[in-house]
Design a binder for this molecule. Structure first.
Ligand code: G3I
Length: 346
């Protein structure tokens, strides 16, 4: 009897290896708690309001949310001075009720700008000084409205071109490169607690974009600009190789003291869907999570929509789709199960 008790005591006293959890996670919410990163999704507000099954999965699985479109400029100020916050409010309220933190997306971008703004710039009725104060007011108004309710903001989105030059937008063209520092400063003034991110696609692997973005961050930091994070969108396609150096790229940004987030992960495929493609897709998702977990500064992994029922992919890439973790009927795909199987090294 006695040796048995001693053996039992030894087993119980032995520390678990750092990666071992008492049991495999049941869902993404549990995975997030066990691994210490937030697992998020972009949210389609019409679906959140109108589809009970969508809402159920969203609130069961995710601890972080991003508005897919509802916080973009054309959504919140479709006419000059006329603000429409209802959709963004719906997301923020739902998040509060369901223990989800929120990523604000996005303050400065070249897409989904309201027509009054782009037309005014094009026809010269909005001059450069006025444009600068319009941008300042937009950032200040939106960030203030959600002060204390947004964990992280994508302050500037996609500001670097594929060839490593600064993206040619109305912002660069009319305001000069200083608009980026201004945007971060204005956002910080409006909510000093929010983490302020630069966000981009292909930053996982594109060398010119990586180098320019790193140099930009260093320059901003040297000038005391409040920038706190780098977001990797992570729009992957399984017809291309997985970006195998991604964890190292994350580390280079983390070494600058930034928080890292995967902000818009998905892995599309050329249709039709096959079992084999779904298995390949599963490895893309699990590798992305593994990469994030391998970098201590990576605190969030957000997917760009969780169901193929509402995905931007088919509308943008002819003949491609099935990019999400759940299918159109909200059945779990192999990618979902692959995420649950990833063991956290933390
Ligand atoms: O709201 C209008 C609606 O009134 C109209 O009837 C309908 C007809 O086409 O269009 C609706 O607008 C669409 C909008 O999404 C809202 O659903 C636009 O056409 C459509 O182009 C727009 O696409 C969004 C895209 O950004 C625009 O650039 C996608 O949903 C959204 O997923 C996508 O998200 C971006 C991130 O913000 C930044 N990173 C890349 C990512 C994927 O492109």
């Amino acid at each position: 009897m006695k040796p048995l008790i001693i053996a039992l005591a030894l087993v119980l006293a032995a520390p678990l290896p750092a990666y071992a959890h008492p049991r495999a996670p049941r869902d993404l919410r549990e995975l997030a708690h066990q691994s210490g990163i937030r697992i998020g999704t972009a949210v389609d507000i019409a679906a959140l309001r109108g589809e009970a099954d969508y809402r159920k999965v969203l609130n069961r699985e995710f601890t972080h949310v991003t508005a897919e479109n509802a916080m973009k400029w054309e959504s919140v100020e479709p006419q000059r001075g006329v603000y429409t916050w209802a959709d963004a409010d719906t997301l923020v309220d739902n998040a509060r009720r369901n223990g989800q933190r929120v990523r604000g997306h996005t303050l400065v971008w070249h897409n989904q700008l309201p027509a009054w703004l782009t037309a005014g710039v094009a026809d010269g009725t909005i001059g450069n000084d006025e444009l600068r104060s319009i941008l300042r007011d937009h950032i200040t108004t939106e960030v203030r409205r959600y002060k204390g309710k947004i964990r992280a903001w994508d302050v500037v989105n996609e500001v670097v071109e594929e060839d490593g030059t600064m993206r040619k937008t109305i912002w660069l063209d009319r305001l000069g490169p200083g608009y980026i520092a201004d945007a971060f400063r204005w956002a910080h003034r409006a909510d000093p607690q929010a983490k302020l991110f630069i966000n981009d696609y292909n930053l996982e692997w594109n060398a010119p974009k990586i180098e320019t973005t790193l140099a930009l961050v260093k320059d901003l930091q040297a000038r005391g600009v409040p920038i706190h994070g780098a977001g990797f969108q992570g729009h992957l396609g399984i017809q291309y190789d997985y970006p195998g150096d991604w964890a190292n790229v994350m580390r280079r940004f983390a070494d600058l003291g930034l928080e890292i987030a995967v902000t818009e992960l998905d892995a599309r495929m050329v249709l039709p869907v096959t079992e084999e493609k779904l298995e390949t897709q599963a490895t893309y998702y699990s590798r992305a999570l593994t990469d994030c977990l391998s970098v201590a500064a990576c605190k969030e992994l957000t997917v760009w929509g969780f169901t193929d029922r509402h995905s931007w992919v088919p509308g943008w890439f002819d003949g491609q789709g099935s990019a999400c973790l759940f299918d159109e009927n909200l059945a779990k795909k192999p990618a979902y199960r692959a995420l649950l199987a990833v063991r956290s090294p933390r």
